[in-house]
Design a protein around this ligand. Structure first.
Ligand code: PHE
Length: 342
């Protein structure tokens, strides 16, 4: 009996528990009515009286020891719990949440809009699904102009009225001029569509920003000055511009604008194909026919317009070699512009 008491005591002493459930199991195993300690009390009853005195004391000690052990285990678990909550540092900065980044085209579009906003232009927008009048006819395109061809334009419906995806944001010009009398000073950012095979250098949709200024006495010199200011804001104060004669149905005279190559500074490099210049936009004085078609008196008012591709400007700034990357949504590519985002 004395051996049993001692070995049970040693066993109880070495017990450990890692959860309240385990403590409860220990209590049941040793201290419940059918537990090991209680079983010893049963054996005890059968003992001769002379042994009872000494062993009774030992048994009671064992029972108390087991009870204390169970309580101690319970308390140490509760204390560990408290410790865990005390170790939460409420002053620590929260773990960073991974957020999206602005798309490179949006970064550049915002920058373009910013520059022209500072020069007094407001932003105008129009629908991507357009009709022939707003995209072509009002803009002085001849009835047989090749841009109207299925090869170039996505038509949604042909005849009696053509419904199509706009091929340039110049359609927004018409919409604003139809509703507003000069002075008009707007830029129109937006997506445009052309029926092109998709490659590294061409896509069936891209983005433009078009500008329009109509008032009394607006001249080509005003256009040139605004574009020079834009080029210097966008590509740096050393930037030079040059205008080459060109043709658009809706402007007369028309021009294309180059900027001095911002990579070699105009000396000539592979990027500008050795010319020192890179083309960035089309522009010109709004053709009087366009003003009249939109209800603006061309004897009283003159105006200029310009239009540029956002992809083109983005490529010049960030040298993205393949146009398709802009629409593939590869986050590794998109995250490269984190630092540039505003
Ligand atoms: N709309 C022309 C284009 O899509 C660009 C442009 C706009 C040219 C305004 C002149 C004036 O290519």
């Amino acid at each position: 009996m004395i051996d049993k008491i001692n070995s049970l005591k040693a066993e109880i002493e070495s017990l450990v528990a890692s959860s309240p459930e385990e403590v409860e199991q220990i209590r049941i195993k040793y201290l419940s009515k059918k537990g090991l300690v209680s079983a010893l009390f049963n054996d005890f009853r059968a003992l001769p009286p002379e042994q009872k005195r000494e062993l009774g004391q030992k048994l009671n000690e064992l029972k108390n020891f087991a009870t204390e052990k169970v309580n101690a285990l319970r308390e140490s678990l509760a204390a560990a719990d408290d410790d865990a909550s005390a170790s939460i540092d409420l002053t620590r900065t929260a773990a960073p949440v991974a957020t999206g980044t602005r798309h490179p085209l949006s970064i550049v579009k915002n920058e373009i809009c910013d520059i022209f906003s500072r020069m007094g232009f407001t932003i105008a927008e129009g629908p991507e699904i357009e009709d022939d009048w707003h995209v072509f006819s009002s803009l002085n395109f001849a009835a047989d102009h090749p841009a109207r061809d299925m090869q170039d334009t996505f038509f949604i419906q042909r005849n009696p009225t053509d419904v199509l995806l706009r091929t340039h944001t110049s359609s927004v010009q018409t919409r604003v001029m139809e509703k507003t009398q000069p002075p008009i000073r707007i830029i129109c950012p937006g997506r445009v569509y052309r029926n092109e095979a998709i490659s590294a250098r061409a896509h069936c949709f891209f983005h433009q920003v078009e500008g329009l200024y109509i008032d009394r006495n607006v001249s080509f010199a005003d256009l040139k000055q605004v574009l020079l200011a834009f080029a210097r804001e966008m590509f740096g104060p050393e930037t030079q511009i040059r205008l080459r004669p060109s043709y658009f149905p809706f402007t007369e005279p028309s021009a294309e604008m180059d900027i001095s190559c911002h990579i070699c500074g105009g000396k000539g490099c592979p990027f500008c194909k050795g010319t020192g210049w890179v083309e960035i936009l089309g522009c010109g004085m709004v053709d009087p026919n366009v003003l009249e078609a939109c209800g603006i008196d061309s004897k009283e008012y003159t105006g200029y317009a310009f239009g540029m591709g956002i992809e083109r400007i983005t490529n010049l700034k960030y040298r993205v070699k393949d146009l398709r990357m802009f629409s593939e949504n590869d986050v590794r590519f998109l995250h490269e512009f984190d630092a540039a985002r505003k």
